[in-house]
Design a protein around this ligand. Sequence first.
Ligand code: ASP
Length: 325
Amino acid sequence: MKKLLAFTAIAAVVAGVHAQDFPGSKTITMVVPFAAGGPTDRVARDLAEALRKPLGGATIVVDNVPGAGSSIGAAKVARATPDGYTLLLNHIGMSTIPTLVRNVPFKVETDFEYLGIVNDVPMTLISRPTMEANNYKELTAWIAAHKGKINLGNAGVGSASHLCGLLFQSATKTEMTPVPYKGTAPAITDLMGGQIDLLCDQTTNTSPQIEAKKVKAFAVTTSKRLTTPLLKDLPTLQEAGLKDFQVTIWHGLYAPKGTPPAIAKKLNEALKAALKDPEFIRKQEGLGAVVASDGRIEPEGHKKFVAAEIAKWSPIIKAAGVYAD
Ligand code: ASP
């Protein structure tokens, strides 16, 4: 116990901040490792707003640090001063990057304080609006007829769209040309413009475009159909014949390792309050996301969940032979 208290005091001094004053008037930066306007960015901006009140009116700015499927932004936070003023909002990539990417520039298990899971988000398989196919069956025929000529967007090696696309190619035994972007915001812009053919992306990004008929939607990646009115008629990829296909994206909040425990606790408590904010829940649910309310909203539960996800995804990625080396 004594040791722990001493560590806490040292960490607070190193960080130059006293927990009781945190955050005070200093700005908190939430790093989003993807381009602005995309699904991870959407979650971060809604969360930053919801965190403001429980953090005493603090200013929280979102800093987009895109590239390398989220590795660049995550590494930046891993190396930041551990004082609670630099946070990372990242998705499932935290558990798939260690298998999908070689030479990861950070250590998921030891470089971060885990502050809690934010939400779970389904993905949708979508196409350019001019796609000749109108349902999943027709899309299968179109894919078979266009082997070697299909452009599939993603947000870089290690991203969720990359993982989903690799699993989709493996399940359909089709090779497509990957087209990487700094996030799925620029990818969906190109999809709407017809520069690429297909994209697998979170409903938090695809729902408005599906509703506006700027893209075509073919299936959801969850094991059950969604209940959102806009997406409830889309088949699951499992129903469509891709046995065991299941990808759900979750987002979590992190601070650099060594953040004083009292500050990490304040941040976790603020997160739990934000997750109960009716406005945050309304916005997220409207985009097909489910706000977390289980044991994963606690740092321990979050950390255990990420470890379980690494254990779950590693053999699936390896068996599908889809890791990028
Ligand atoms: N949805 C993206 C991904 O594929 C990331 C983003 O732009 O938020 O990982």
